[in-house]
Design a protein. Structure first.
Length: 101
C-alpha cells in the first residue's frame, strides 16, 4: 500500500529531524497541501502517483547528497532505499502501450 510508504518515509524523516509534523512532510517532501495525508486517511484512499513520484525524487536527491558524508551515509542509504521503493510504485502504475498496432 502506497499510504504505508508515505507513513514510513514520514517516520524516517521525522526521526532524522528533517520534519517535525505530518503537515510539514506533506508540503516539503511530497509537494502537497498540509492536510494531504489526513485527507487520505479520512477518505480511505491511496496517495496519487504524483505524490509518490515527488517523494521518490526528493528522497533520492537528499540521499545522494548524504552519501558523500561518512556521518550521514547510513541515512543517505536509507533515503535511497525508500526512493527506490517509491520509483517501483510509480513504475507499477505505468501505462502499457500497444506499439504493435
Amino acid at each position: 500500500m502506497k499510504i504505508l510508504l508515505l507513513n514510513e518515509a514520514f517516520v524516517v524523516l521525522k526521526h532524522a529531524g528533517l520534519v517535525k509534523t505530518e503537515s510539514e512532510f506533506c508540503q516539503e517532501f511530497i509537494g502537497a497541501s498540509e492536510g494531504y495525508i489526513r485527507q487520505l486517511r479520512f477518505k480511505k484512499t491511496e496517495p496519487s502517483v504524483r505524490s509518490i513520484a515527488v517523494l521518490g525524487s526528493r528522497l533520492q536527491k537528499a540521499g545522494e547528497q548524504m552519501l558523500s558524508s561518512p556521518h550521514y551515509r547510513p541515512l543517505g542509504l536509507k533515503f535511497i532505499a525508500l526512493s527506490e521503493r517509491c520509483h517501483s510504485e510509480v513504475n507499477a502504475e505505468g501505462v502499457e502501450l500497444d506499439l504493435a498496432g
